[in-house]
Design a protein around this ligand. Structure first.
Ligand code: PEP
Ligand code: MN
Length: 332
C-alpha cells in the first residue's frame, strides 16, 4: 500500500505511523510517502485521516507500477530529457571499459562527431575471472570526468560493489548498476540517497518481478530517477551470449512507469548481430539504447567480440532515425 501523506504532517507523526504500519518512508517533492508491504489491504482510520491519497497494490511492484502512476516517469540528464511523453530514444555509446586516455579520447571524439550525447565506459569492471582486466578504478573515473569537461558529454559508468559506489555517484551523470550488482542492497540504498539518474541492469538470471523490485529499493529510498535496462537473460541457448528479452520489455512497458533502455551489445555478445538487434530495440519504442563501441575492437581489454568499430556504429546509427520515425520516436 502506498500512502501519500498530507503536506502538514510532522516528522514525529510520520515516524509513529511508519512504526505502526511497518512501512518505509521517503520525502517526495512536497510531502512524505509511506510504503507498506503490498499484503496490507486495509486502510485504518488513523492513516486515512492523514493521507491525501492511498493506493492499494497487487504486488511489491508499487512505486514503479502503473496503478500508482500511469504516466511514464520523466528523467533529465542535464538538458537531455527522456521518458514522460517526450518519445525520445537516447543513444548511449562508448567502450566496455576505459583502458587509457588515448582510447577514451578517441571514443569521446567519436561521440561528438556522430552526435551522440552520452559516453559510456566502465572504470570498475565486474569480470567473471579474477585474472581478466578489472578496470582502471578511480583513475578511470577521472579520465571520464576529463572527457565530460573537454567534450561536453554526459557520462554513464558502472558501479560494481559498495566500496566505490560514492565515487561513481560523484563522477557520473548516470549511475549504471551492473547486471551482477542488481541485488546488492548496499549499492541500491546508496543510489536511493542521490537524485542522479540510475540505470539498473537486469540480472541475467532475474525475473521481471525481481528486476523491478530492485528498482523499488531506489524509489522507496527517495530517488525517483530510475531507468530499467534489459541486457539479455540466460536461457538454454549457447550460440549467442544471452537472449534479449523483448517480450520482457513489452511487459515492463505495460506494467511499469519506468523509462526503458535496451543494451543490445551484451545480449548478442558478437558484433555481427548488434545492428539488427538495435533496430529491433528502437522499433519497440523505448527510451534509450546502449551499444558498445571501441576504436579498435580487436584489441579491447574486455568484451572484444561484441564491440562495434566506429564505421559499423555509424552505418547502424544512420538507419536508426528511420526506424525511430516509423514508431513515432526521435533519436536524441
Ligand atoms: C557493461 O555494461 O559493460 C557490463 C558489464 O554490463 P552487464 O552488467 O550488463 O554485464
Ligand atoms: Mn561490456
Amino acid at each position: 500500500m502506498i500512502i501519500e501523506l498530507k503536506e502538514n504532517i510532522t516528522k514525529k507523526q510520520l515516524e509513529v505511523l511508519s512504526k505502526n504500519t511497518e512501512a518505509v518512508y521517503f520525502k517526495a517533492k512536497n510531502n512524505y510517502v509511506l510504503v507498506t508491504s503490498s499484503k496490507v489491504k486495509t486502510i485504518v482510520p488513523e492513516i486515512e485521516k492523514l493521507a491525501d491519497r492511498i493506493t492499494i497494490t497487487d504486488s511489491d511492484i508499487q512505486l514503479a507500477g502503473k496503478k500508482f502512476q500511469a504516466e511514464k516517469r520523466t528523467i533529465s540528464i542535464g538538458n537531455i530529457v527522456i521518458g514522460g511523453n517526450t518519445k525520445h530514444t537516447l543513444v548511449i555509446t562508448g567502450p566496455c571499459a576505459v583502458e587509457d586516455e588515448a582510447q577514451i579520447k578517441q571514443s569521446a571524439n567519436f561521440c561528438v562527431t556522430t552526435g551522440v550525447k552520452v559516453l559510456r565506459a566502465g572504470a570498475f569492471k565486474p569480470r567473471t575471472s579474477p585474472y581478466s582486466f578489472q578496470g582502471l578504478g578511480l583513475e578511470g573515473l577521472k579520465l571520464l570526468d576529463k572527457m565530460r569537461t573537454e567534450y561536453g558529454l554526459k557520462i554513464i559508468t558502472e558501479v560494481k560493489d559498495f566500496s566505490h559506489v560514492h565515487d561513481v555517484i560523484a563522477y557520473s551523470d548516470i549511475i549504471q548498476i551492473g547486471a551482477k550488482a542488481m541485488y546488492d542492497q548496499g549499492i541500491l540504498k546508496a543510489c536511493a540517497h542521490t537524485q542522479k539518474p540510475i540505470l539498473i541492469k537486469r540480472g541475467f538470471g532475474s525475473t521481471l518481478q525481481e528486476f523491478v523490485q530492485a528498482a523499488e529499493f531506489i524509489l522507496c529510498g527517495g530517488n525517483p530517477n530510475v531507468m530499467l535496462c534489459e541486457r539479455g537473460i540466460r536461457t538454454f541457448e549457447t550460440k549467442t551470449r544471452f537472449t534479449l528479452d523483448l517480450c520482457g520489455v513489452s511487459w515492463l512497458k505495460e506494467y511499469t512507469n519506468l523509462p526503458i533502455v535496451i543494451d543490445t551489445s551484451h545480449a548478442m555478445g558478437y558484433a555481427y548481430g548488434v545492428a539488427d538487434l538495435t533496430r529491433a530495440a528502437v522499433a519497440m519504442g523505448v527510451d534509450g539504447i546502449l551499444i558498445e563501441t571501441h576504436p579498435t575492437p580487436k584489441t579491447a581489454k574486455s568484451d572484444a567480440e561484441q564491440q562495434l568499430d566506429f564505421d559499423q556504429f555509424s552505418s547502424m546509427y544512420h538507419s536508426l532515425h528511420k526506424v525511430a520515425d516509423a514508431v513515432g520516436y526521435k533519436i536524441v
